[in-house]
Design a binder for this molecule. Structure first.
Ligand SMILES: [Zn+2]
Ligand SMILES: [Zn+2]
Ligand SMILES: [Zn+2]
Length: 108
């Protein structure tokens, strides 16, 4: 093993070709310098889509291995004052699931 390769390996810069094992999204590699095994996962995500018209969960699916991932994406309306008091909190409401969120106090 040459000295350059060894110092690159010591710095975490391993070398060698990545494999692409079939329908899975994990690629593996065995470093040609030190024999270390590396694995990376790289999914091919489709677009996020809402699961139901009145819910805010979105899901996307990897087109290669079928793994799914969810997130919550609210569609907030404008901020409104909760009441007319001087330090009234502001609230806004999600247009889809009607969940509300409010500030602790206003900064006016
Ligand atoms: Zn290495
Ligand atoms: Zn995948
Ligand atoms: Zn929502």
């Amino acid at each position: 093993m040459n000295v350059l390769r060894r110092s690159l390996c010591a710095a975490g810069l391993h070398s060698g070709p990545w494999s692409h094992p079939g329908a899975r999204c994990e690629s593996t590699r065995v470093c040609t310098g030190c024999g270390r095994n590396d694995e990376v996962v790289q999914h091919t995500w489709g677009a996020f889509a809402y699961l139901a018209p009145d819910r805010c969960e979105q899901m996307r699916r990897c087109t290669r291995c079928g793994t799914t991932q969810t997130r919550t994406q609210h569609v907030w309306g404008p901020w409104l004052y909760a009441n007319t008091e001087f330090d009234a909190p502001q609230i806004h409401r999600c247009r889809r699931c009607h969940e509300t969120e409010k500030t602790r106090y206003t900064l006016r």
